[in-house]
Design a protein around this ligand. Structure first.
Ligand SMILES: [Zn+2]
Length: 243
């Protein structure tokens, strides 16, 4: 691996207090130390691994201005934009599917993803179809209705889309996030694609990279010539171009 992005979960900036969600997110007051440590790794590995300092930032409806202010406070190379909530509940909460109407959740989630893309705040849009991790299957007709707008918004956003291999881990099947159906729409629109293992422990770094290369080849993407992609924060990422 020659280019490696570090992107911990950013703090829950939309909730009161310094450390609202200790199980999944750092404290607001830890952010400076996190960025400083990642910057230090960049210097330490210079010439061996090009380290990029990123953050996974939550898109929360109605909080775009807070997010923008918070992101601008730190010297980061890129921001991943993630939608983790639909109708107020986390998308990885498996119990929700026992009590909620799936179509309403899908509609709310994909509408949020569209708004996140259109916000222009992000360099990479992360795990685009993650709402489907534990859900009943999204009907093909509904995907045909909802996905194209997401792909259009991604294409217009100037962001790259990550192929996130936690999809293989969470769903246990043969689809990363986003799934093939969404990936085809993104590729048709020329959206640059990057790789993300969503690693939460060292053994998951680079997880299923070969599988992603094979998948991209299956979908007709040239995987031999990765290119640099300029982030809104003046850095670069490595991407697979799709046009
Ligand atoms: Zn995430």
């Amino acid at each position: 691996m020659t280019i490696f992005g570090v992107s911990d979960h950013g703090p829950a900036y939309w909730l009161p207090g310094d450390h609202a969600q200790p199980g999944t997110q750092m404290a607001i007051s830890e952010m400076g130390a996190y960025v400083a440590e990642a910057q230090e790794l960049k210097a330490r590995y210079a010439g061996r691994i090009e380290v990029r300092v990123g953050i996974e930032a939550d898109w929360i409806e109605g909080r775009a201005e807070d997010l923008k202010r918070w992101l601008n406070d730190y010297p980061i190379d890129y921001a991943l934009g993630s939608v983790h909530y639909a109708l107020g509940t986390n998308i990885f909460n498996q119990a929700r599917w026992q009590r909620e109407e799936p179509e309403a959740v899908f509609r709310a989630y994909y509408a949020s993803v569209v708004r996140a893309a259109r916000s222009g705040l992000f360099d990479i849009l992360s795990h685009l179809t993650a709402v489907e991790s534990y859900s009943p299957p999204l009907r093909p007709e509904l995907a045909a209705e909802l996905y194209p707008e997401v792909a259009d918004a991604a294409a217009e956003s100037g962001a790259a889309v990550e192929i996130n291999t936690s999809g293989y881990r969470k769903m246990g099947g043969d689809e990363p996030f986003p799934n093939r159906t969404m990936l085809r729409l993104l590729i048709e629109r020329g959206v640059p694609l990057t790789f993300g293992a969503d690693s939460h422990r060292p053994q998951e770094v680079g997880f299923a990279a070969n599988r992603v290369v094979a998948l991209l080849q299956e979908l007709g993407v040239d995987t031999q010539n990765a290119q640099f992609f300029r982030t809104k924060r003046g850095s670069t990422l490595s991407v697979f171009p799709t046009r």
